[in-house]
Design a protein around this ligand. Structure first.
Ligand code: ATP
Ligand code: MN
Length: 507
């Protein structure tokens, strides 16, 4: 067999497999002169072999290192100790069903020791470990000392109790586990488990509560951003004080506040803050009031949702300004700041004026109210070039013997693609309300529509479908006309003197 070939393939391990054992020979053989000279000759052959060095290293593994030798000896000794231990363990346990392990007394070499569990590490790392003082040494120097001594297992009640107490430090940080007052606390498994259970469910509960709280603030439109804006108004002296919420509507929250002064001009004593909701759900349905309004058309498409909300606030402001100019009774605009509109308060001493829906009026007053509403609708259409588009007994307040119009963010011009349909709906609400409240001279919805718009749509058989068809045809004709000429056709007094619109300005 070629020795050098074998040597090249064998890994270089001190106690790894070595080549086949050399044939044994007797002492006389070793001492023989003849053999000596024979070996000498062979040596000459070996040294001429290029792989010679390698073979020598292989045959006499690292005997040069004292440390290595010592370690190998120690290991051998430890193995014998462990074997002895195993035998003792077997003898100790005998046929008993409950067996006790002597594992901890084994002389394990560091690189062999890797079987300590996570849990054990946690427990031993606990700083204030009440158990530490009594813990048995895991590896006694002289190993196991025999029967008769008390042996503590991991199921021992005291051990377990202390371990459970120490483990409580792993609970969530907000859970108060106390410091044990220096007592040697022992928690039974049952108590520990129910504490742990309680801790988990508490955590879940508090997470749920937190979520709910955040949600409700969003619901009320007063998110931190809005609160900051409101605070700034008070800081700037525009408002003296913000008192409380008057109403939580579909698309806004209205607050009552005490007015201060703005640029040296006094602000009304009592003001209403209309905060447009930044949650968009409601506005989604109301897109058509704004995106088809030619005044806002160009800007609408390139705005993000938050800016669209500001557009609503701005629209309400412009509409109120127009109405005021035409002499329609409505709140005075004080200030517009992003999605918050400040206007004069309709009401007195913190009490808002009642809606027409709520107020109990005498027949006389009801008649007066009707004639006022008719006049307001005509002014709105003919002087302001507006259709309210959400007119009803809910958006008209009764204050100091007068009807006041509010909530005009969705109001559009009559030439809006659906403007006449919106007007018809307004007329139906108004006619129905006053007829029900016993106002005998209240016009029918069709007559009211014509009285307001001056359009003379044929009333005929008083068939709503037919009337609506006429209205839609009118709108269509107008649309075509606008497209051909870029011009409106309805008989309206065109007063488009609104200031330039610009909500992107102060971000
Ligand atoms: P809703 O969905 O209820 O119609 P909205 O979001 O359209 O609410 P508004 O109708 O403008 O908001 O206002 C809601 C309520 O707040 C009104 O019904 C009215 O009672 C009160 N309110 C609004 N503006 C004023 C004001 N200037 N003065 C007094 N009260 C006001
Ligand atoms: Mn309203």
């Amino acid at each position: 067999m070629d020795q050098s070939g074998l040597a090249a393939e064998t890994p270089k391990k001190p106690w790894g497999p070595v080549g086949p054992a050399a044939p044994s020979c007797s002492l006389t053989d070793v001492m023989s002169e003849q053999l000596a000279s024979q070996l000498d000759e062979e040596n000459i052959v070996f040294t001429s072999d290029p792989a010679g060095d390698l073979l020598l290293a292989q045959d006499f593994p690292d005997t040069a290192s004292d440390l290595m030798l010592a370690q190998m000896l120690q290991m051998q000794f430890d193995r014998e100790f462990d074997d002895q231990l195993r035998r003792e363990e077997k003898k100790f346990n005998g046929d008993s069903k409950v067996s006790i392990s002597f594992e901890n007394y084994r002389m394990v070499h560091p690189y062999e020791d890797s079987d300590s569990s996570e849990d054990e590490v946690d427990w031993q790392d606990t700083r204030r470990d009440p158990y530490r003082a009594e813990r048995p040494q895991t590896t006694p120097r002289r190993g196991f000392s025999g029967k008769g001594k008390n042996i503590t297992t991991k199921h021992d009640e005291d051990t377990c109790g202390r371990k459970n107490t120490a483990r409580m430090e792993n609970f969530a940080p907000e859970v108060q586990v106390g410091d044990g007052l220096g007592m040697d606390l022992k928690l039974s498994n049952q108590v520990f488990n129910s504490l742990k259970q309680h801790c988990h469910s508490e955590q879940r509960r508090s997470a749920r509560l937190h979520e709910k709280k955040e949600h409700s603030t969003a619901e009320q439109a007063v998110d931190p951003r809005t609160r900051l804006l409101m605070y700034k108004m008070v800081n700037a002296g525009v408002l003296e004080n913000i008192n409380g919420c008057i109403s939580t509507g579909k698309e806004s929250v209205v607050f009552h506040a005490d007015g201060g002064s703005l640029e040296e001009q006094p602000v009304p004593n009592e003001v209403a803050l209309k905060v447009f909701k930044t949650t968009l759900n409601e506005f989604k349905n109301r897109d058509r009031y704004i995106k088809d309004d030619y005044r806002f058309k160009d800007r609408y498409s390139r705005l993000n949702p938050r800016k669209v909300i500001r557009l609503w606030a701005e629209k309400e402001m412009h509409n109120l300004t127009r109405m005021k100019k035409a002499g329609v009774s409505c709140p005075d605009v004080v200030l517009l700041k992003k999605h918050i509109l400040v206007m004069s308060f309709i009401g007195k001493d913190h009490v808002p004026a009642p809606k027409l829906k709520e107020v109990q009026l005498s027949p006389e007053d009801m008649k007066t109210a009707y004639h006022q509403v008719l006049q307001i609708m005509q002014q709105l259409y003919q002087d302001c070039n507006l259709v309210h588009a959400d007119l009803s007994e809910y958006n008209m307040l009764w204050f100091e013997g007068k009807v006041w119009l509010i909530d005009v963010s969705q109001s559009v011009e009559p030439t809006h693609p659906h403007g006449l349909e919106f007007l018809f709906r307004d007329c139906r609400n108004v006619a129905t309300f006053f007829q029900r409240r016993g106002v005998t001279e209240a016009l029918s919805v069709y007559d009211l529509f014509n009285a307001v718009s001056g359009l003379n749509v044929p009333v005929g058989a008083e068939d709503e479908a037919q009337f609506m068809a006429e209205i839609v045809a009118l709108e269509k004709r107008n649309e075509d006309h606008v497209q051909r000429r870029g011009k409106k056709t309805f008989p309206v007094s065109s007063d488009d003197s609104d200031p330039p619109l610009n909500p992107d300005s102060d971000d």
